[in-house]
Design a protein around this ligand. Sequence first.
Ligand code: SAH
Length: 560
Amino acid sequence: MIGLIAATAAGAAARDRLAAVWPDRTRVYEGPVPDAVRAAFAECEQLVCFLATGAVVRLVAPLLHDKASDPGVVCVDEGGRFAVSLVGGHGGGANELARAVGEALGAEPVVTTATDAAGLPGLDTLGLPVEGNVAAVSRALLDGEAVALRAEVGWPLPPLPVADEGSYTIRVTDRLVEPGEREAVLRPPTLVVGVGASKGAPVDEVLGLVEDTLREAGLSAASVAELATVDAKAGEEGIVEAARLFGVPLVTYAAGKLARVEVPNPSDAPLAAVGTPSVAEAAALVGGGELLVPKRKSAALPAMVTCAVVRRPGRGRLAVVGLGPGARDLLTPRAKAELRRASVLVGLDQYVDQIRDLLRPGTRVLESGLGAEEERARTAVAEARRGQAVALIGSGDAGVYAMASPALAEASDDIDVVGVPGVTAALAAGAILGAPLGHDHVSISLSDLHTPWEVIERRVRAAAEADIVVTFYNPRSRGRDWQLPKALAILAEHREPATPVGIVRNASRADESSRLTTLAALDPATVDMMTVVTVGNTATREIAGRMVTPRGYRWQEEAR
Ligand code: SAH
């Protein structure tokens, strides 16, 4: 039982909302607050107090006995914005309660005990059905006990702090198993059930065949990802209804596509009826995988339904994540979510350092030094192919002079790829300088490591002639010092010596600096590899110390 205590009208309103969500699990304690807290503390396993944390600390302090038996206490502020796990985070279940209350009231759960703060995912929040002794295994994870992962099928899981050996296990399987005392079973959606049916086949016959087939093959219905059939059967009542009752989507394919799938048991009847020699086997196998159960017919006479079961290969996931220029608040929430979802992180060591605190315990970090780009890309793709959830990180935007291209050049269509955009250096610098990118602009890398200088020079010349604002990336390093002056000289053939130039070093990082100068006055020695250089066009002005490139219409007015 959860005791609920409130003092003010606002608190009581939130309390009543919670009581309405959990009518059977909650009891409202009215009357003077100190008496209510004492009574609830004695009678309930857990308390939710819609009171200030300070007040609750004073009230429960004299009542505390030991953390194994004390009730868990959660405080919710009057605005209903936060659900704070105050006492009994683990033993009293207050951490879990804070999360549940947060979900019920739309409040942010606040949990401060170490393992939870590190963001250990609950086994029931991984997006997969879970069976067995979930509570015991979750507790073992929280308590830092050795938990072994036994993955019988590959599936991209979020990171879990697991070991090779342990007295507790998390099993990842689509087979019917009897979970042990200290075992939780995760059900990845690996099974595709192909179904064929004659016109008017009853739903019971479809459902019965699918269920019997799975059971006899020792496979779990919880791992069925979808039912699959031929387009002509997209409206076949029995199949549609069976998929609905199973709670999985029905996927259909063109007969011509199914006809091209190689199957062990083709036959003439479906060829005549719908134009493919196989429906059940072909529809199950069309996306690839292993045929676990070849075509079977239902026991009814005459049999109207066939089915076949395929285990599809676990599809790995590669997220290409831009971290932004450096500052934590320029890292997008989506990037953060991807970092926490990944079980394998691949990146340059200095970028890994930038976000290491965000990673979940158990994340495998594969970091390497400068260079080694191709190798990082290959590693990331290879891990995804092994069925892992991989995040490949880069500073700024990972697609701008960075890892996305080499990685996607390696990747075939057997993995899912997700891109998360980041704030690239040119934009971070632009915001610091003012509004230099207010009209057409281009980025040019001056690194001739991967690009011949003639090509770079041709592009600089084109930008110069077209009067486009230019941001130079990789502008100057110890071994590459003549390229920047050369590029500026080309621009100077088409722009005034007084054209504004912005130099930004370490944008949004601790030692950020920026300077506004001109094409004629720029000292290349002030530029290094931590810097971007933005050169204005012929309309760019310095206004109140800021670099401003007018938008087209004002520009036209000025020209008139
Ligand atoms: N993917 C990155 C760019 C990688 S190329 C992005 O989108 O920003 C590396 C070059 O980017 C550096 O030589 C420098 O010119 C520029 N750069 C990256 N981060 C920067 C920052 N915080 N401040 C200034 N320049 C930066």
